[in-house]
Design a protein. Structure first.
Length: 347
């Protein structure tokens, strides 16, 4: 019926204005058949090319308040870790725990590298500096993400290192110069004594000697400017920030506890390298540990401390932004990530 009506209407007008109505007649039939009518020269939406996919990601920073502390997580990139790197477990358990958290068990398991910028109100403190160019093109984004977050490297006055592995310390230097030219760098004395020692580097296995060279190159500009400081565990390298001993992964591996009012944030460095494995099974170690047995003991202590104290936690290798809480469970622990939201100082 719709088609018949359209044809009758077009036929009537065709007798009155033949040239015009030939177009009307064709359009009327097209409409009646459900087709779209477009002006001349305009292609159908069905035939137009789709827009190009956008392959870039948002800048890698995330900001929240802990008391009156402004905390900005900075994404350096990712590094692929082989599941076979984990110790004190079986391949079957690794596969099961990874699958439980929907983590792909591939030879290159993506692991985030995070650093944290803390504005205390009087200081701008950077905890760890990322890998710069030490481990390939998937890392080295701390500088650009710090700028995207509204700060400049020249504004950082304090750098606290959890340890001297390259993915935490190489970002200190760029082209042999200090990447944070106005900062004083702090690291545990035992950590510096180990990684900056020529004798220990010479005695180390060949495959580990590169790590010693990275550490020495990273701190060299600050040593030359007499802006490298060491401290002992349990002290306050800067006012209001307490060092939490976390040795095992490296000899002087350190966490930093920031407190503001009733809130505290523990930046724990490499206590956990994979949340799917080591929260559920804290006894699982990784081959990069200098002392794996001590690393396990430390991990169990730190996880319990974080859960019992309901601390905010920032983890260097937790999924970005790596901020959240640790919850005790019947079997191990669970990660409760920070919820995305506005910057609020009333929490």
């Amino acid at each position: 019926m719709k088609l018949q009506s359209a044809v009758r209407h077009a036929t009537f007008h065709r007798r009155q204005r033949p040239a015009l109505c030939r177009a009307v007649f064709s359009a009327a039939i097209a409409v009646a058949m459900g087709a779209a009518v477009l002006p001349a020269g305009v292609a159908s939406a069905q035939t137009a090319a789709p827009p190009a996919q956008q392959k870039t990601q948002v800048p890698g920073y995330y900001r929240m308040m802990v008391g009156q502390l402004e905390v900005t997580a900075l994404y350096d990139g990712y590094i692929d870790v082989d599941p076979k790197s984990f110790k004190y477990t079986s391949a079957r358990e690794v596969q099961s725990l990874l699958a439980r958290m929907f983590v792909a068990s591939t030879p290159g398991m993506q692991t985030a590298v995070n650093a944290y910028l803390i504005h205390t109100g009087s200081r701008l403190v950077l905890v760890d500096t990322g890998a710069a160019g030490c481990f390939g093109p998937t890392l080295g984004r701390i500088g650009e993400n710090l700028r995207a977050a509204g700060y400049a490297p020249e504004q950082v006055d304090t750098v606290l290192l959890t340890h001297l592995h390259g993915d935490h310390a190489c970002g200190l230097a760029a082209g042999g110069k200090a990447a944070f030219p106005n900062a004083t760098v702090y690291v545990d004395k035992a950590e510096a004594d180990y990684w900056l020692s020529e004798a220990k580097a010479t005695a180390a296995p060949k495959e580990a000697q590169g790590l010693f060279a990275m550490a020495r190159a990273a701190v060299a500009p600050y040593q030359a400017a007499q802006r490298l400081r060491t401290f002992s565990a349990g002290t306050e390298p800067i006012p209001g920030v307490r060092v939490v001993a976390a040795n095992g992964h490296t000899p002087g591996h350190s966490g930093y506890l920031f407190t503001s009012g009733h809130d505290s944030l523990l930046l724990w460095g490499d206590i956990v390298h994979n949340h799917a494995l080591q929260l559920r099974r804290p006894q699982v170690a990784i081959e990069f540990d200098v002392d794996s047995n001590q690393a396990v003991i430390t991990r169990k202590r730190i996880l319990e401390q974080a859960a019992r104290g309901r601390l905010w936690v920032g983890g260097a290798h937790m999924p970005f932004p790596g901020l959240g809480h640790v919850r005790r469970e019947s079997a191990g622990y669970a990660w409760v990530p920070a919820e995305y939201g506005p910057i609020r100082a009333d929490r």
